[in-house]
Design a protein around this ligand. Sequence first.
Ligand SMILES: Cc1cc2nc3c(=O)[nH]c(=O)nc-3n(C[C@H](O)[C@H](O)[C@H](O)COP(=O)(O)O)c2cc1C
Length: 529
Amino acid sequence: MHKNTDTVLHYHQTTKHRLERYAKGPESIDWEDQPDAFRRFSGCKIIHLPAPGVELKPLFTDLDTPESILIQPLNRANIGLLLELSVGLSAWKQFGSSRWALRCNPSSGNLHPTEAYLISVGNDFLNTGVYHYVSHDHSLEQRCLFKGNVDETGLLIGLSSVHWREAWKYGERAYRYCQHDIGHALGALRYAAATLGWSVELLAEYSDEEIGRLLGVKREADFKRLEGESPDIICRINTQANSKPVDVNALIDRVASGTWFGTADSLRAYHLYKWPIIDTVATAASKPRTIEPQRQAVRHQPLTSSCTENATVIIRKRRSAQQFDGKMSPLPTTDFYRMLSAVLPSSAALALWRWPAKIHLFIFVHRVEGLAPGLYALPRTVAAQASLRTATLTDFDWQPISDCVQLYHLHTSDFKLTAKTLYCHQPIASDSAFSLAMVAEFSTSIETTPWLYRRLFWECGLIGQVLYLEAEAAGVRGTGIGCYFDDSVHALLGFKDNAFQSLYHFTVGKPLEDSRLQTLPAYGHLTIE
Ligand SMILES: Cc1cc2nc3c(=O)[nH]c(=O)nc-3n(C[C@H](O)[C@H](O)[C@H](O)COP(=O)(O)O)c2cc1C
């Protein structure tokens, strides 16, 4: 086995929550000492983006056929919209004197380890260079200006993670959550781009080293010790049907000779606890340059959605439910099947995913019209069904129950209490219409290619983002669940080894609002500050 695979496996085993003890995290949390959720670089030119909040015409359901959406021009206002609708603010919440921002992308514990960078090339409204997006201010910080002229035009977006921001609260398990968050942010970017008639092309070939050089996060001297960023993903934003692709290799070469500005401000919290296992796994799971075949896009239309709202409305109102109405009337079958069809690898929302699907769903149905409460499976590829069946308990009946999606009935039972227990005793797992486990083809993925550990979590996050938005579109609400007892889930399903591992969970139901919380506009502070 690859030495780095051993390291990754060790991390995975060590960071499992178990019924008898949680993965290692801080013994106490000083909420006053939370790391700044908004990174800023001092010493950079700041470019304010045009006022956020613009609504666009496309309906949420129009995003099923992205090619039908009017292509918006590439300009500063639309770049602002792209960033706002993906990683920008969606609201502020207030309780007493505490106030916190929510964003269009979710994040475990609302800690937001993901940072977004924009690379503008040959655009007359933004000098060719690298920019860091400050979601709080809806502005760009100019980190680098490239030398010389270019004859191409284009736009790239890169994502990186500040692991420590997440580890401050979650300790050793935080590295997993950072990867989920990258998947969510990628999904959020896809929906934002599609609303503008643009598309996201995941540049899957590049190494962490190359992405890091391009985004400037490898410039260690620009970051405070322990507060650095790990590069994750680079995407090309295709803004016109005939745009000439930017030569990313040439950009990576040029970035070294560019003029860099600014240093990262301290995230301010006191580093009381240190989690060296995160640095170790991050090194072992770093991505080299790879050759990635173009995926043949077999697209299908997801089942019809009853949603009539604009995509921008759905995107901005996405939230995590904190509590569900356990007495909700059953979720309509059509909404349930629509959600499942939207997470299949051939759906438009997942067209950007460059790799084969490796994540499959096991669903605890609690309250869905026409379905007996129980356990169901949705293998996301035809090929996976047989191996999932072999690996799970022999008394599961694997009865296909739908013509529209490859959904199998496994076992009829009331799983409400079980789900709640498995999900760290969280009532959101049992008071919902359904909750589900995202199960990865695990050992075969990471055996020879340890960085796929991260990719499996990204795929989970991407699926989670689709579920979040589909839940809003169906008039219900979702919540990602990172807290669950790993091996208890495996035991319930019958997994005996590492062939399959559950890496993320999700729950959907009718939300109960907390009336003590006040909701304030996303960018009200920009005019009052
Ligand atoms: C990877 C991930 C794991 C999460 N795990 C949980 C969880 O176990 N329990 C929970 O109540 N919320 C969980 N959440 C929801 C976050 O707490 C929520 O996204 C965050 O507070 C921001 O709120 P918002 O989603 O409404 O913007 C998770 C979210 C993500 C992205």
